[in-house]
Design a protein around this ligand. Structure first.
Ligand SMILES: [Cu+2]
Length: 136
């Protein structure tokens, strides 16, 4: 390849890469080509694996409170309420979106959140326990 093919015009100034510079540049270009060649077939796989995977979020019921008391998840995610208190609790949506029923001490209850919205919920056994689950 002639060095003339590497001329470029930058803000009116002619920049010419001489043969010595090209000898340094060529291996870099070759390596770049190999990197690109290696990446191109991976693109489909990368796109597939970077699609969001559903997550599981934990709410701990402890000391007669939900922790955290405000949680935001993506539609499709699962929320698990874990009751660490020595007595039962519930996670009961005030809009009938979900209701765990009684969760005994040491047990948990899972809910897969599919519908977007902001859902306040309480413990129906201790209605002063209030929290919110937001599904985006
Ligand atoms: Cu309770």
């Amino acid at each position: 390849m002639s060095s003339h093919r590497l001329r470029s015009n930058e803000r009116g100034r002619i920049v010419t890469l001489d043969a010595a510079a090209f000898r340094w540049l060529a291996p870099g270009v070759a390596v770049l080509g190999l990197v690109i060649a290696g990446l191109v077939p991976e693109r489909g796989a990368v796109a597939a694996t970077t699609a969001r995977q559903p997550k599981t979020h934990r709410v701990t019921i402890e000391g007669t409170s939900f922790q955290p008391d405000r949680l935001t998840v993506a539609a499709g995610d699962t929320v698990v309420w874990v009751n660490t208190d020595p007595f039962p609790h519930t996670a009961t949506s005030t809009a009938d979106a979900f209701d765990s029923g009684s969760i005994p001490s040491g047990k948990s209850w899972k809910f897969r959140a599919l519908k977007a919205g902001a859902f306040g919920y309480i413990c129906s056994l201790h209605p002063t326990m209030k929290a919110q689950l937001t599904v985006e």
